[in-house]
Design a binder for this molecule. Structure first.
Ligand code: AMP
Length: 507
């Protein structure tokens, strides 16, 4: 089983089908793309890379991503995509840890990176020279062979290298058609988020379907550009973290667009608050599908398909909207105690998942592997509860749960309430160390432009909706929340800030 075979079969059956675009400009059809991939694969092999070797990719979003990924697989190698926002020293740590031999870079992010083999700038003259090799034959791979070393986004500690096999990614790709969206060759995917991470894996089902791949000309996220692309390209889908969805919806609202040209907006990667989701549905219509996954089981744990997002007559519609949906087809999902004992519906525990999309383990880290994978179950580190129908509601990452006066408080619950205030744009709730209570609740609030939510009003909202003990003891109004490249709020940084500040004078 070689994932690159999915490209070969489409290219053979329909070589003239458009494949890769930069903005609106068609670069290659499937026949040309597959030929380039086979030539690049040959250059990698002739350059001394052997099956099983790793190739690092440290680039901003660029059309070369697709070629490099598929060429590496074609040649029997594994890819190590590195988040383009990382400092070159952090990227170097990943490259060294992965023992990658070659690295493909764009000069804006990759300057200074070193590799034992070659460093190739995909915007420089060396890159086209690689395509003069005669096309390689597709390498034979075992289903359990490594295809992608997926370094976790590192909201805690050093990133870990998640080992994803050809089977993991093949299953993930096929599952998309059942649990996320039926796609065919008329569809298109736009890479608006980093291709080193969430967005890049969407290439896999879209290559399987022979669909079009669009890398925005700006190489980054620009709502105006995306809306224009949606209108010209048509049937355009994308993956977006909730913060990005919010900006798309803001743009649609400001310009009076209903999202024409967009087919599906897959959201996930961080909590989508109910109020934001309802607004998104109101402004842009039934174009949304939610996925819940993590690097360790990419894209595939649960999903909330379109039909459930539109089933407004269902008695538990709102609970379902606030959930992350139910288990995707190839996996089993369980909520369990820290020891792995399954819990009944309604009880909160750790989310466990088992199935063919679950990673083989962490690269060169048997201890972390043993902690995360036990008897075939992946311990996700997410806390949640299942309902009687199998819908999972996530509470928080286990490490984000705070304990105040002996009671567990799930910050997300408090955040949902504070977001009901019309002057609140964003909020993050964390625990601050407290000598009396262990931890106390602190809310970091970003106000909507020109507005200032009054603390008394926020407090009153909490009293109206949640237990008194969950109310924030302090509110910090801030200009912005610290986020990583994928739009996830870095609660670790907020907690650190509170630790450095110490308890406020007088209490
Ligand atoms: P990563 O491994 O960087 O993709 O991060 C995965 C983590 O993001 C998960 O373990 C969850 O904590 C969070 N996450 C992913 N999808 C969702 C979702 N739909 N809703 C809430 N949190 C999510």
């Amino acid at each position: 089983m070689n994932l690159a075979h999915t490209l070969l079969r489409v290219a053979r059956a329909d070589p003239r089908r458009p494949a890769l675009y930069e903005g609106e400009r068609l670069l290659f059809d499937y026949g040309q793309l597959a030929e380039r991939v086979a030539r690049l694969a040959a250059a990698m092999r002739e350059g001394g890379l052997a099956p099983g070797d790793r190739v690092a990719v440290f680039m901003r979003n660029h059309p070369a991503y697709l070629e490099v990924f598929y060429a590496a697989w074609w040649a029997g190698l594994a890819v190590v995509p590195i988040n383009a926002k990382l400092h070159v020293r952090e990227a170097q740590w990943i490259l060294d840890h992965a023992q990658a031999r070659w690295a493909f870079v764009t000069p804006d992010v990759g300057a200074g990176l070193q590799a034992p083999g070659r460093i190739l700038d995909v915007t420089g003259p060396q890159y086209p020279a690689l395509f003069s090799a005669s096309p390689a034959v597709l390498a034979e791979r075992d289903a359990e062979d490594l295809a992608w070393l997926f370094y976790t986004s590192g909201t805690t500690g050093k990133p870990k290298g998640v080992m994803l096999t050809h089977r993991n990614l093949m299953t993930m790709g096929l599952t998309y058609f059942v649990d996320v969206d039926a796609i065919d060759c008329r569809d298109a995917i736009v890479y608006a988020a980093p291709m080193s991470h969430g967005a890049g894996i969407y290439a896999i089902p879209h290559v399987m379907a022979g669909a079009r791949h669009v890398v925005p000309a700006s190489g980054s996220f620009d709502p105006a550009e995306l809306f224009a692309l949606a209108r010209t390209v048509g049937r355009l889908s994308l993956f977006a973290a909730p913060t990005i969805v919010k900006r798309l919806v803001d743009h649609a609202e400001a310009t009076g667009s209903d999202g024409e040209g967009f087919k599906t907006i897959v959201y996930g990667g961080a909590p989508m608050y109910l109020a934001d989701l309802q607004r998104a549905l109101r402004v842009m219509g039934q174009r949304f599908v939610q996925i819940y996954g993590q690097g360790e089981s990419p894209m595939v744990i649960t999903s909330l398909p379109r039909s459930y997002l539109s089933d407004t007559a269902h008695p538990r519609y709102l609970q379902r909207l606030a959930s992350v949906g139910f288990s995707q087809t190839p996996v089993q999902v369980r909520v369990a105690t820290a020891e792995g004992e399954p819990l009944p519906p309604g009880e909160i525990g750790e989310v466990l998942v088992r199935g063919d999309t679950v990673m083989a383990g962490y690269w060169r880290d048997p201890e972390a592997t043993a902690a995360a994978l036990r008897e075939g179950w992946l311990f996700t580190g997410d806390m949640g509860a299942l309902d009687e129908d199998g819908f999972l509601t996530l509470k928080d990452r286990s490490k984000d749960v705070l304990i105040s006066g002996g009671s567990n408080i799930y910050p997300r619950e408090v955040e949902e309430v504070l977001l009901l205030h019309p002057a609140v744009a964003e909020v993050a709730v964390v625990g601050a160390p407290d000598p009396e209570w262990g931890e106390v609740v602190v809310a970091f609030v970003v106000a909507r432009p020109g507005q200032k939510p009054a603390t008394e009003e926020l407090d009153a909202l909490c009293l109206e909706h949640i237990g008194r003990f969950k109310r924030p003891k302090r509110y910090e109004i801030v200009a912005a929340l610290p986020k990583n490249n994928y739009g996830k709020v870095l609660k670790r940084e907020l907690r650190q800030r509170l630790q450095e500040d110490g308890p406020p004078a007088g209490g």
